[in-house]
Design a protein around this ligand. Sequence first.
Ligand SMILES: [Zn+2]
Length: 243
Amino acid sequence: MQDLRITFIGSGNAFSPGGLCCNGFLINDRVLFEAPPQTLGSLHQVGVDPNEIEVVVLSHHHGDHFLGLPFLLLHWKWKGRTKPVRIVGPKATEALAKDIAQKVFPGVLDATYDIEWAEAVAGTACRVNGLELEPVRVEHDDELSATLGYGVRYHGRRLAYTGDTRLCEGVFDIARGAELMVSECASREDSIPIHMNLVDDMPRVRAALPAASSLILTHISPDVDNGNLPNTVVARDFATYRL
Ligand SMILES: [Zn+2]
């Protein structure tokens, strides 16, 4: 089994409370989950060359998860990318990304490297490079094309990522058997219908995980702590967690 390094390019919810960068994280500096608006700056901050990103995985199209993509495309076009990149996301990711990117950076899609777009469908496993994804439907915003969480297998390790969601069956599905779950926890105790919180929801998420597995809370507000839950930490901007 390969050692895993999970590096957070941001840990905050959409409002960047307290100056937090919006949520996103890397696995071993090669797989990027989410493309928040500050993605490029955060990658530079953690010392990862954007051209070395092999796969980008998106959970849904809210701006705090998606709007960094035009900047990645800008970097890749003008800063020497030659290697192909795979971009995985819910239905209509390719069309939306191309529409926005072409409008805000005209010509940015006339690239000299290959972009492979893959649609993630709940209930249908997909393999991308060394990454196996098991997308699940989560309950967040029905106005979007889809909202997904992911079961993840990477070089023999089993992870789970909730994306943004209220507590729902999809969260429990990916929790079972995970060595590490990265879970959204948008507030300490506010009841926001489309998100989970620390006080009401995280004890149930923790209980659904194997006892020895790790839980990392992200997409947070600054008053979120680990709630005294076992094997649970709060993500910090630019911090790396090893598994
Ligand atoms: Zn969202």
